[in-house]
Design a protein around this ligand. Structure first.
Ligand SMILES: *Cc1c(COP(=O)(O)O)cnc(C)c1O
Length: 354
């Protein structure tokens, strides 16, 4: 079935080549919508002009944060427009829905809708080096009721935002501080799914870290404050004695698609990789002995973000020589090369939209 499209009557000016694109401030002309009701299920997938929603103040999303989202990117590849492992994001969105008691979405239909939206908005995909079109699928609970329960109605939407190069001014290794007061995700909680509530609760820690001159926080496990989990909203990797190490997944770590891609790519590149528990103690000892060679964050926004220093108990530990390490750079360059179609795609990750 063709997806109904209502075209905007007031198209916006698209950004000019070379224009600065602050993250997530500028949106394209159209968005994808779909509704859910108990009676009809998910229905009325459609493309409409980008615009405001009208919701009652009693809409459940405003009160109990029954909301999930995704973050992915489309790239202007040579001769077309591509996505990177898009079904992984959609499957993860359904996993988030299950955890938040939101009815799962029909992913084939959602995918067709996403492709239709991207084809319509193709001229919004920026082409400057390092730029992309950020894609934000979101589901919100819309029932007008204040009882704490699963909503009977939902709205799904996808909005698109042209974004600039993450490293416009070059690789700047991050200054990270171990978060000692707050935690992000408790066992049995929602840390392994992408829901807005996880972020609302993490802002204070980031804010306080920024005030002290740090870029981001390193989250430890909530139960023992002993094991390394994530860095801000990215997965974390270390290079210890030439081996790539990342914390194993569980219910407190978000299963990043970038994380998964890096682990698989390490296999292709012949870099030994391990998923296992990593204690802060181990990292401090490895730094002291010189075994800790590199560290980086991994996520869709930055892809790979080198970490230059880690502050533990008020003491700044330099990682490697404080600059971007060779394995970090190799993984960054290879993965972004695959995503942007400048390198062969050995694992079949790239999907052509047009
Ligand atoms: C989205 C997210 C990541 C990264 O996931 P990607 O799929 O690689 O973008 C990591 N940690 C948290 C907490 C996240 O929300």
């Amino acid at each position: 079935m063709p997806i109904p499209v209502t075209l905007t009557q007031t198209p916006k000016q698209k950004p000019a080549p070379g224009q600065a694109l602050p993250f997530g401030r500028l949106f394209t002309d159209h968005m994808l919508l779909m509704d859910y009701s108990r009676k009809q299920g998910w229905h009325s997938l459609r493309v409409v002009p980008y615009g405001d929603f009208t919701l009652p103040p009693s809409a459940m999303v405003f009160h109990y944060a029954q909301e999930v989202f995704e973050g992915m990117k489309a790239y202007a590849a040579p001769g077309g427009l591509t996505l990177f492992r898009p079904m992984e994001n959609l499957k993860r969105m359904n996993a988030s829905c299950r955890r938040l008691c939101i009815p799962e979405m029909p992913l084939d239909e959602v995918y067709e809708g996403l492709l239709a939206l991207l084809k319509l908005e193709k001229d919004w995909v920026p082409a400057d080096p390092g730029t992309s079109l950020y894609i934000r699928p979101t589901v919100i609970a819309t029932e007008a009721a204040l009882g704490v329960k699963a909503s009977d109605t939902y709205l799904f939407f996808v909005i698109l935002s042209p974004v600039g190069a993450y490293y416009a001014s070059g690789f700047n290794p991050l200054k990270i501080v171990v978060e000692e007061a707050y935690t992000r995700a408790a066992p049995g909680g929602t840390g392994s799914v992408k829901c807005g509530g996880n972020y609302g609760g993490s802002i204070l820690a980031s804010y306080l870290a920024h005030e002290k001159g740090f870029d981001q926080v390193l989250w430890l496990d909530a139960a023992q404050r002993r094991y390394v989990e994530e860095v801000s909203s990215m997965n974390i990797f270390f290079v210890i004695n030439g081996q790539l190490v990342t914390p194993g997944l569980g219910d407190t770590i978000l299963p990043g698609i970038t994380r998964d891609a890096i682990l698989k790519l390490a296999g292709v590149l012949g870099i030994p990789a391990q998923e296992r528990r990593v204690s802060l103690e181990e990292i401090v000892a490895a730094q002291a002995s010189g075994a800790l060679q590199e560290a980086f964050g991994a996520g869709t926004a930055a892809v790979v973000a080198p970490i230059g220093s880690l502050t533990v108990d008020g003491k700044a530990l330099t990682i490697g020589n404080g600059a971007t390490g060779p394995i970090t750079k190799k993984l960054h360059d290879t993965l972004t090369g695959i995503q942007r179609g400048n390198q062969p795609d050995p694992l079949g990750w790239v999907v052509k939209v047009i």
